[in-house]
Design a protein around this ligand. Sequence first.
Ligand SMILES: Cc1ncc(C[n+]2csc(CCOP(=O)(O)OP(=O)(O)O)c2C)c(N)n1
Length: 284
Amino acid sequence: MDQKTFDELSLFCVKVRRDILQMLMKVGSGHLGGSMSIVELMSVLYGKHLRYDASNPLWEDRDRVVLSKGHAGPAWYATLAEKGFFDRNMLLTLNEGGTNLPSHPDRIKTPGVDMTTGSLGQGTSTAAGIATALRMKGSDRRVYLIVGDGELNEGQCWEAFQYIASNKLNNCIVIIDWNKRQLDGSLEEVINPFDIAKKLEAFGFATQQVNGQDMNAVDEVLTIAENTKDTAVAIILDSIKGAGIPFFETYSGNHSVKFSAPEVKKAADEALAQYEKILEGSEV
Ligand SMILES: Cc1ncc(C[n+]2csc(CCOP(=O)(O)OP(=O)(O)O)c2C)c(N)n1
């Protein structure tokens, strides 16, 4: 991508990270790590790849996004707000009673949310269903399916992947957020995932691996996936849980963060101040 686009998308990441922090700090806790790891992906997807109309979220000819790791909803909400799907002020209603931004995405409640998720595994099957429907209708639109690496412990993922690969549903781009950690530890500590790329390849996916925080590289692999013919496609996003804030990248409790701990609050406040400074300097 050209430098101007890169700079715009970088700034977008700062806004999204600021929004995520503000939302979660208002609630007092929340899924910070898995939200931060997909910020660059969201920026590149919504900045360069997805076809959508923020003023008409149900536009028939839109591409669809299924955030199967639904607990990362805050990253999606911030992205949608910054793209104009709804007012940014709504972000601070996260998790409140009667909100349109529940902790996990709900397609009935939130403009731009194409599928309800949160029960891990299920988004893989619903995305496969949407991709099948699009193909049956003769549409060239795509589904971008974002799956957690811990989520892969759900057998349902592999049933859906077998179906996607068997039917060569390459209009369903499977993206695994390989941030190496899940709820209560590393992937290996919980249950050995073995070689995820090899497993996907064995299922018949054309599989690419990419640095999830490198927007140029993410852009490139998405373009390759979109242009792949006759086989299902998967991307392994080699990402960092808590990416963007050094404290949270190494913090063992970075899955669901409680901001009551003084060192956590301090790290979050400092990151927020840094984001505000960058955004002031950019005159946006
Ligand atoms: C069916 C189901 N079981 C358990 C949970 C609780 N849960 C929420 S997040 C999570 C860990 C997910 O790890 P991963 O997919 O790696 O997410 P990330 O690290 O990207 O946040 C678990 C077990 C759930 N949401 N759904």
